[in-house]
Ligand binder design. Structure first.
Ligand SMILES: O=C(O)CCC(=O)C(=O)O
Ligand SMILES: [Fe+2]
Length: 282
């Protein structure tokens, strides 16, 4: 996997240089609808949710995620940002991840649990070659600010994947017991990792920066840009949303196919699909 190869000269030069771009939503209703769904599922106080058992809380979040997914947000997003996305993907067909993620993190000071994803790039958790060539979309829904937003390592999208050493966090008996994310649990389906990786070498974590995304804006970033560590240092639950997109020609397959990241034998999860074939499965 050579993430560097992706950056050809006719990409947006800024995207190439920084590994991400922040854009304003063209369609103002896009976010309003998602906010409505979130508010419908989260009607109680922050305290109420923070005292809740993590898996119970995540089950509520998963229901909400499913409703958002059913509202065809990939299609709505594409329709709103067509011009920009076409350019970003060099007029290639844009395919989307079928699974969308509600990135919900409770306040650290109240829930006392470390819930956010650690620093990673998508090749850590996806065995497919092109995983580092896809584009991540991430946008704030509610209560996102500089005290709980996504962080990233500037320039890290240029680093060869082989140079980033990581190891799986070893699962001792004690860790297994306290691990918040069991395989196929609600947490897993929300995009939390049941067997996380830790960066050992090749990335200077001290260089981390906050990705500041104003309301009604979104970030598209190279999935090779090392990101994560969005600990919630505020007193409110942070709600953001994310899913992947990719230029079709990078996939080298011409129909949707599944992988085992979230599904079981009977529950096949499709990833990378043309808009017309997206199935709601999470
Ligand atoms: O929201 C987060 O904390 C993590 C998001 C992430 O890793 C992603 O969107 O790929
Ligand atoms: Fe990620």
């Amino acid at each position: 996997m050579e993430p560097n190869n992706y950056y050809k000269p006719n990409m947006y030069p800024l995207f190439k240089k920084k590994g991400f771009l922040i854009q304003k939503f063209k369609d103002k209703n896009f976010l309003t609808n998602i906010k409505k769904i979130v508010k419908k599922h989260f009607t109680k106080s922050t305290d109420f949710y923070c005292k809740m058992d993590t898996e119970k809380f995540r089950k509520i979040a998963l229901k909400c995620q499913k409703e958002i997914s059913k509202s065809k947000i990939q299609e709505k997003f594409f329709n709103s940002e067509k011009k920009f996305l076409k350019k970003l993907c060099k007029n290639d067909e844009v395919w989307f991840e079928s699974v969308v993620f509600l990135r919900v993190v409770r306040p650290m000071s109240i829930s006392k649990t470390k819930e956010e994803l650690d620093f990673h790039r998508e090749t850590f958790y996806n065995p497919y070659q092109y995983a580092g060539k896809s584009i991540n979309l991430w946008f704030p829904i509610m209560n996102v600010n500089e005290k709980n937003t996504l962080r990233y390592i500037p320039g890290s999208h240029m680093i060869n994947d082989k140079k980033i050493l990581r190891r799986r966090v070893s699962m001792t008996k004690k860790r297994k017991k306290t691990n918040l994310t069991k395989r196929f649990s609600a947490g897993h389906k929300l995009g939390f990792i049941y067997h996380p990786m830790k960066i050992v070498k090749g990335i200077d974590i001290k260089k981390q920066k906050k990705m500041i995304i104003p309301e009604n804006h979104y970030s598209v970033f190279s999935s090779s840009l090392v990101h994560g560590n969005g600990t919630n240092y505020t007193k409110k639950i942070r709600f953001a949303m994310g899913f992947g997109l990719i230029r079709k020609s990078l996939i080298k397959k011409n129909k949707p196919f599944h992988h085992k990241r979230f599904g079981s034998k009977n529950n096949k999860i499709y990833t990378w699909s043309p808009l017309s074939k997206i199935k709601v499965l999470n």
